[in-house]
Design a protein around this ligand. Structure first.
Ligand code: MTE
Ligand code: MO
Length: 237
């Protein structure tokens, strides 16, 4: 352990003293690109992350307040949906009518902490199926049998556009990717993303956008807040 830690530290020093490529040290940049390939090759839509007994769940520490200005009213909130057909809006009640999924999973921040959290919400895949989103021809998505019909990405942003994430479609339709409205059995608090946030086990926490205002199904790779700061766009686990 000690040797490993020392080597890790030496490695870290080496990484941080290399010439820059963009905002990141060159070796770090290469590692991120390698991780992206690795994550993609490992990923398939049926690989499910471990779940934990509910008693192990905690409230995760608050991280990231981008796109969460004060003065927001969750009661007048609507989710704007942009897909194959016309744009439309959906209410929280509409989302709560979809099958309710409860999961206790690990929430992992790229900054190095993780927490086991209990989440409740609707699968993004059920949402897409119910509203016929995510395919070019306006039918319900079917990852397994008709993967070619799917559009390539989902983009999500806060109502003010201050935080935004992009996700590949297979990850968006993963069974543990939820449009989440409760944490620990209670409605989401404002800081954790009320009234609706994303939660996914297949990405680092930075993709789990709080306070979703707009969701777009698209073939164009959506912009992504942290990717613009130099993190790997895919951010897969
Ligand atoms: N709107 C918004 N969502 C966000 C962020 C943010 O800054 N703004 N930060 C992300 C990051 S980096 C993490 S780790 C998780 C943390 O979620 P939590 O604050 O509920 O623990 O939210 C993600 N979602
Ligand atoms: Mo994070």
């Amino acid at each position: 352990m000690g040797v490993g830690a020392a080597a890790g530290f030496a490695g870290w020093k080496w990484v941080t003293t290399r010439p820059e490529g963009g905002d990141l040290g060159q070796p770090l940049r290469r590692t991120l690109e390698f991780n992206e390939k690795l994550a993609k090759s490992y990923f398939n839509e049926t690989r499910v992350a471990p779940t934990f007994p509910r008693e192990m769940a905690r409230e995760p520490r608050l991280t990231g307040e981008e796109g969460l200005p004060a003065g927001f009213d969750p009661l007048t909130w609507r989710l704007e949906v942009v897909g194959a057909g016309d744009a439309r809006t959906v209410t929280l009640e509409d989302i709560k009518r979809l099958p309710r999924v409860n999961m206790t999973t690990e929430h992992k921040c790229i900054e190095g902490w993780s927490e086991i959290v209990n989440w409740t919400g609707a699968r993004l895949s059920d949402f897409a199926a119910a509203y016929k989103l995510g395919t070019r021809d306006g039918t319900s998505p079917d990852v397994r049998d008709r993967p070619r019909d799917l559009v390539r990405y989902v983009g999500l942003e806060t109502p003010d556009g201050g935080y935004y994430v992009g996700m590949d479609m297979p990850s968006a339709l993963h069974p543990q990717t939820l449009l989440c409205y409760e944490m620990g059995g209670r409605p989401l608090s404002m800081e954790h993303g009320a009234p609706l946030r994303l939660v996914t086990t297949v990405k680092y926490g930075l993709k789990s956008i709080k306070r979703i205002g707009r969701i777009t199904f698209t073939d164009e790779r959506p912009r992504d807040f942290w990717a613009e700061q130099g993190y790997d766009w895919y951010a897969g686990l």
